[in-house]
Each structure stands twice: as structure tokens, then as C-alpha cells.
Write a protein that binds this ligand. Structure first.
Ligand code: NAP
Length: 310
């Protein structure tokens, strides 16, 4: 099968850390170009913008957008209009409605749109989902606490509207929870802590539930300088289930059954799925995680906390 000719748009941290290596190892793709205002990759034709790339005459089937959520919609719209398949980094856009617009546009044009959630491609996610489908869930506690200075240095966009602040990692937790839990989640209440000098929250406490009235809490905090946590604790009638390391590890009834994380599988899995979508003429756009974040901004009580500087 001919490789999918793909370009990366937005050559920043995640594109260099994950997308380039995953594409380099995949037989499904031929990385033919980069579009990034201030960056270029060795030996790959590089352009400042997608428009310049489209005008270059380089033959292309798909683009993978690795820019921040602000401004993604316009780039994705231009790609779809040019007849390209589009893969979106998480979060898929700056708002729910703009991603719905992209889904409609992709369907009308007959191209594939993939709103990717890399945490869902981690090795313990599907085993956790299968296991929990057969258990009686009593409560869920999501604990996603990390040090913003360590993981997001110099990323000003993340503190701007639509940068989502602590929900940038928090949405990964919500993407995992909405995949492994058997019922749809909804938000009941939230408290969002905004640094006095920032437009996005540094911490958020969420209270969620589902149709079975399961108590579900989420603790997202970017001020954690001690051990970092990317954990979902599920209390079940049959015993505790712990998804940890951001979906790479699973412990069931106190015993570790999966301890992944050393070998990077998330992005190779995402690109394999995107290739299936393109070849099958399908799209995959699940907005449940983004909807919950939008609901948190809509329902959340806001409080002001001390200013944040790097
Ligand atoms: P980043 O390091 O800031 O890179 C994003 C790149 O996009 C920039 O280098 C920039 O390259 C380009 N860009 C285009 N418009 C921009 C704008 N208005 N503001 C800033 N940059 C702009 O960010 P990142 O960490 O790679 O994150 C990008 C996306 O991937 C986000 O949605 C994030 O949630 C997601 N993600 C990140 C990680 C991670 O560990 N960092 C993990 C998973 C997913 P040019 O200046 O050359 O155009």
C-alpha cells in the first residue's frame, strides 16, 4: 500500500519529541514537509505556513496539526478545503463548536478528521476499560498533579484563553476517564484557581458523576513539586483498580498487571489509527473530554490565587 504523504504543522515540543520519531518508524507514512513559522527539520522541505506549503506543488495527502489550540481551526479548515486528511493534537480546538465545524467540513469534503487523544493510546487504557466493564464501580478519584515549570517552560500560549491552563494536562485525564469508565460522565461542580496575573487556571477541583450517580472527583494541580501523579483510582465492589503513569500502568486488587511506559507506544498507536481512518474513509472525533472542560469553565466557581511567574 502506498504510504500516506503527510506534513507536520507546528514544529514545537510535542512534534519533535513524539510525532517525528513515530512517523520516522512507520511504514504507513512518508513525511514530505513541515510548516512552521520559526522552525525547520533537517532534510525535510520546510515552509513558514501551510498556505506556502500548499502553493509549493509538493504532493500531500494529510497533515498533522501540532500547533497550540488557538488558531488550529483556521489551519484545519484550509487543509480540509485543500482535500487533505487532518489529524489534530489534543485538545482538538479552542472550543467545542469550532471542532464540530471541522467535523462537518471534513464530512462534506470526504476527508478523514482524527481528534487524537494520546493518553487513550497508552497501553493500560483498553485493558482497564475491559476490566471495569465487568465490575461494580463505587467511586472514582482522578489525581493529575504536576509541576508546570518542569513540563511547560516558556509556553505562554498555555496561560492564554483557550490555552486551558491546568486543563491542558487535565484533559488527558478526562480523555482516559471517559474511555475506561462504562457510562458517560457529566460535570456537577468545579472550583477553578486562576493566578491573579493569568487568564487560565493553575488548579481545578471537579465533581463529576454518571447515570448511576457514581461519585467521581478530579484534582488537577500544576503546583506539585513533589512526586508527580497521573493516576485514576477506581474503587470497585470487587477491589481497587489503579490506572497510573498516565495510562501506562495498571494495578488490580493491589497487584500490578501492566507496567508499561518505558517503550513509547502512544504516538505510534495514534498514527496507526489515523492510517486506518484514512484508508477506511472514516473520521474519529470524540469531543467528550473537551465538553467536560468547557462545562468546567461554564459551571466552575472561580477564585483568585497568587500570581504565577516562571
Ligand atoms: P510548543 O512547544 O509551544 O509548540 C507548538 C508550536 O506551534 C510552536 O513551536 C510554534 O512553532 C507553533 N505555533 C503556531 N502558532 C502558535 C501560537 N499562536 N503560539 C505558539 N506556538 C505556535 O507546544 P507543544 O508542547 O508542542 O504543544 C502543542 C500541542 O500539543 C498542544 O495542543 C499540546 O496540548 C499538545 N501536546 C503537548 C505535549 C507536551 O508534552 N508538550 C504532549 C501532548 C500533547 P512556530 O513558531 O515555528 O510556528
Amino acid at each position: 500500500m502506498a504510504p500516506i504523504r503527510i506534513a507536520i504543522v507546528g514544529l514545537g515540543k510535542i512534534a519533535r519529541d513524539q510525532h517525528l520519531p513515530a512517523l520516522g518508524r512507520s511504514a504507513d507514512y512518508d513525511l514530505v514537509a513541515i510548516a512552521s513559522r520559526n522552525a525547520a527539520a533537517d532534510e525535510i522541505p520546510s515552509f513558514a505556513t501551510l498556505d506556502e506549503l500548499l502553493g509549493s506543488g509538493i504532493a500531500l495527502d494529510a497533515v498533522s496539526l501540532c500547533t497550540p489550540p488557538q488558531g488550529r481551526h483556521a489551519i484545519a479548515r484550509a487543509a480540509i478545503a485543500a482535500g487533505l486528511h487532518v489529524m489534530l493534537e489534543k485538545p482538538p480546538g479552542a472550543s467545542v463548536s469550532e471542532v464540530l465545524d471541522l467535523a462537518d467540513a471534513a464530512a462534506a469534503k470526504g476527508v478523514s478528521l482524527f481528534a487524537s487523544w494520546h493518553t487513550r493510546a497508552a497501553p493500560a487504557i483498553e485493558p482497564a476499560r475491559s476490566l471495569l466493564a465487568g465490575r461494580t464501580i463505587e467511586s472514582v478519584s482522578i489525581v493529575w498533579r504536576e509541576d508546570v515549570r518542569r513540563w511547560h517552560p516558556g509556553q505562554d500560549w498555555i496561560w492564554e484563553p483557550a490555552g486551558m491552563g491546568v486543563f491542558d494536562p487535565g484533559i488527558n485525564a478526562l480523555s482516559a476517564a471517559t474511555r475506561i469508565l462504562p457510562r458517560a460522565l457529566f460535570l456537577e461542580a468545579a472550583e477553578l484557581s486562576f493566578p491573579e496575573n493569568r487568564a487560565a487556571p493553575i488548579a481545578a477541583q471537579l465533581r463529576l458523576s454518571d447515570a448511576a450517580r457514581t461519585p467521581i472527583s478530579a484534582d488537577f494541580d500544576w503546583r506539585e513539586t513533589g512526586p508527580q501523579s497521573w493516576d485514576i483510582h477506581v474503587a470497585t465492589k470487587e477491589g481497587p483498580v489503579l490506572l497510573s503513569k498516565g495510562g501506562a500502568a495498571l494495578a488490580v486488587d493491589g497487584e500490578t498487571v501492566i507496567d508499561g511506559g518505558e517503550i513509547e507506544v502512544e504516538y505510534p498507536n495514534l498514527y496507526a489509527h489515523f492510517a486506518d481512518l484514512v484508508r477506511g474513509g472514516r473520521s474519529d472525533v470524540d469531543l467528550a473530554p473537551l465538553r467536560l472542560v468547557a462545562d468546567a469553565f461554564m459551571l466552575g466557581r472561580r477564585r483568585s490565587v497568587e500570581s504565577f511567574s516562571e
